[in-house]
Design a protein. Structure first.
Length: 219
């Protein structure tokens, strides 16, 4: 999936959309909260790049981490449809899952047969600007618009997506497991572990207490 940088075409780029996440919408004293939280998680991009590269270089080793994390999956009763319980990953944060344990085991199996990959290089130029207000945050076209602006500057972005888990080790784990609805399941894992990608961009921030980060990849 390439892009003709002299004639940017969004059809040649791929956005992976998050589907399952709980959002805290408390906007009290938003400026102060954003500053406090942004400082607290200031090392998120560096930590994520380090974690992702460790996984790329030692996928078989990380398969054990995935299997060990199965113990953090809990099942909550679903009052509306008791026959379909809710699967939750609970470790420092709570994140809803779609299938739970089977998705974790499938991801671990996939990593065990993978060869080592070269590390990704962080590239500031492909980092996607974040929204600075709730209106842009809720705008479904915001992310695509910002990527298009970067393409117009002759930056190459082959794939991009939004991530909303602020704890780096949990964020990396759940992106690799990628337990989403069937149409998107595994796509984030395939992006992170794509042998053709050379560069990664990560931007992050808060809208109130709501964490948001954008990941971008290029060849």
């Amino acid at each position: 999936m390439g892009c003709k940088c002299n004639n940017p075409n969004m059809e040649q780029n791929t956005e992976l959309k998050p589907e399952i996440i709980s959002i805290n919408r408390n906007e009290t004293d938003i400026s102060k909260i954003q500053e406090e939280y942004t400082q607290k998680y200031s090392e998120y991009p560096e930590q994520m790049v380090s974690l992702i590269n460790k996984i790329r270089q030692n996928p078989k080793e990380y398969a054990d981490v995935i299997e060990d994390s199965i113990k953090n999956i809990i099942i909550e009763d679903n009052d509306k449809t008791p026959e379909n319980p809710k699967f939750i990953y609970k470790h420092k944060v709570k994140v809803a899952l779609t299938r739970g344990e089977p998705a974790f085991r499938e991801a671990a199996d996939a990593l065990r047969i993978m060869a080592s990959l070269p590390p990704l290089i962080f590239k500031e130029e492909i980092c996607i600007p974040l929204p600075d207000n709730m209106e842009d945050f809720k705008d479904s076209n915001y992310l695509k618009k910002k990527v298009k602006e970067l393409l117009s500057k002759n930056e190459k972005i082959n794939l991009f997506f939004k991530e909303m888990v602020k704890i780096p080790e949990v964020s990396a784990l759940l992106m690799i497991v990628d337990d989403n609805l069937k149409k998107n399941s595994g796509k984030k894992r395939n992006a992170i572990l794509n042998k053709d990608y050379k560069y990664i961009g990560i931007s992050y921030g808060f809208i109130g207490k709501t964490f948001i980060s954008y990941f971008s990849f290029s060849k």
